[in-house]
Design a protein around this ligand. Structure first.
Ligand code: ZN
Length: 119
């Protein structure tokens, strides 16, 4: 029997346990890292769009207050999932440009606009 196989047989449970722990830690770290990246990108987008609600003029230091609204003719139309949205953010950051038709709104105004269906 090869040394590797022997080693595995002797330390099987330990090795499985180790890889489980490693995966769990990695998952947690990965999640934290993605969150950090997404927050950074959101901050960039909010700052780039003037950090002010386009409807009511609300100014806030908190990025979570703001939503992005886009008109139907804007190129950012297909951002149904948060993953796709962040792909757009990455692209805009790279090009240092946000396409026309994307507006910064506070979440209240965003809801009101969608309820009344005014663009
Ligand atoms: Zn507003």
């Amino acid at each position: 029997m090869k040394y590797k196989e022997k080693y595995y047989q002797l330390h099987r449970t330990e090795m499985i346990e180790n890889s489980k722990n490693h995966y769990r830690d990695y998952k947690q770290k990965h999640r934290q890292y993605t969150k950090k990246c997404q927050r950074k990108l959101k901050k960039w987008v909010v700052d780039k769009l003037g950090r002010k609600c386009a409807r009511c003029g609300l100014i806030s230091e908190f990025d979570c207050v703001y939503d992005l609204h886009h008109t139907k003719d804007s190129k950012a139309e297909k951002w149904r999932t948060s993953y796709l949205r962040f792909r757009f953010f990455v692209k805009w950051r790279k090009e240092n440009n946000i396409p026309k038709g994307v507006f910064l709104l506070c979440s209240n105004c965003h809801r009101i606009i969608h309820m009344t269906k005014i663009e």
